[in-house]
Design a protein around this ligand. Structure first.
Ligand code: AOF
Ligand code: ZN
Length: 355
């Protein structure tokens, strides 16, 4: 069935927008639908790639002359500036669009003012306040307002909260399908960050495997004293790696590797991760990063109030009383709300927004 109401059409535009994930950033993900005066959809489009046409331009292009007198439903206020591309407001006006329904305002001062521009030129402008439209641009807004990338903490846990397993047991906690899902997301983010303890315990590659590589995430290891093993997979030159360390750490041992380093100041006895995240945003143009553990890094990122969401994979397996890393008490201390829950293979996947 075709979407009918403004709300339904806007939700559809949101669905289109998120198809740009991994390619649209650092720009916001935006979707646009064009309907005729009977409410029948004429065309649609989304912002497919940063530097290329915006959502409205793609939708207008496929509408052609039918755009004259039509309504455009767009998840973000049309831009009103010359950036990497021209202003969508002008294109909307030139195409003869009679009405624009907007999902949320653009907080980018350089591009904003589109609604006022269009209203002043006789286009009817309506705002529909929709949470979904705000949700899809959160990383963009967060970075614009704070200079920090959007931080997703991802971990796999047993039903009783363990993130590691006894040595003699199967080391995988989440199922294969869940691990595939993580690779899909890895291929859409700018960096994957882990603590050195995770490198020592699991020797992860932190690369994207068997999934589309929309962008190659920078591998980041937080290693205060530079104790990373020389044969760690993240030290290979397959993709770039950045190691964040503390003062007086000895880099000589790693001289022959091609990794980059950043020295971080300390805050309350831990490395200042805000400094690291700001560096990743400004030097690597990062909008989205995933932190994949371990417990100590999560602890510090929560303490420093830098996490934006949790992406948890909970398996049905239980371990019982064991002296192994467990996230239950750390999780309980967080002020977060469950936003999405779905199953993936045998696991329950939960997305929490941290307040
Ligand atoms: C829209 N539709 O689909 C997007 C918008 O450098 P540019 O030309 O790509 O402009 C980037 C800015 O435009 C971005 O920071 C944001 O303010 C807005 N993004 N606007 O009308 C779109 N992606
Ligand atoms: Zn635009």
């Amino acid at each position: 069935m075709q979407p009918q109401t403004d709300q339904e059409l806007m939700l559809y535009a949101c669905e289109l927008a998120v198809r740009g994930h991994g390619c649209a950033e650092p720009n916001p993900m935006v979707g646009c639908v064009i309907v005729d005066s009977n409410g029948t959809m004429i065309s649609s489009g989304y912002h497919e790639k940063c530097g290329e046409a915006h959502a409205e331009i793609n939708a207008l292009k496929s509408a052609g002359p039918l755009a004259n007198g039509a309504t455009a439903i767009v998840t973000l206020e049309p831009c009103n500036h010359y950036g990497r591309t021209g202003p969508c407001t002008k294109a909307v006006l030139d195409a003869g669009i009679a009405k624009v329904v907007i999902g949320c305002k653009d907080p980018n001062l350089k591009a904003s003012g589109g609604a006022a521009f269009l209203t002043a030129r006789g286009v009817e402008v309506v705002f529909v306040q929709m949470q979904q439209c705000e949700k899809i641009i959160r990383p963009y807004v967060h970075r614009l307002q704070t200079g920090l990338p959007w931080v997703t903490c991802k971990w796999a846990q047993t039903a009783d909260g363990y993130i590691e397993t006894p040595e003699t047991e199967n080391p995988w906690i989440s199922c294969e399908q869940s691990r595939e899902l993580v690779h899909v997301e890895r291929g859409c983010v700018d960096a994957i960050i882990v603590g050195v303890g995770t490198v020592i315990a699991d020797n992860p590659s932190l690369t994207v495997r068997n999934a589309t590589i929309n962008r190659t995430p920078l591998r980041v290891v937080v290693d205060p004293t530079l104790r990373i093993p020389l044969n760690a997979s993240v030290l290979n030159d397959e993709v770039p790696t950045l190691i964040a360390h503390g003062k007086n750490a000895n880099k000589k041992r790693l001289a022959s590797s091609s990794v980059s380093f950043i020295e971080l100041p300390t805050i309350n006895g831990a490395l200042d991760l805000r400094h690291l995240l700001t560096h990743i945003a400004s030097e690597y143009d990062a909008t989205n990063v995933i932190i994949e553990g371990g417990q100590t890094l999560f602890e510090h990122i929560f303490d420093q109030e830098l996490a934006n969401e949790l992406w948890l994979f909970t398996s049905q397996r239980t371990i019982g009383n064991a002296n192994l890393k467990n996230m239950t008490s750390l999780f309980k201390e967080l002020d977060c709300i469950l936003e999405e829950e779905y199953s993936c293979g045998d696991d329950l996947v939960s997305l929490y927004r941290i307040n």
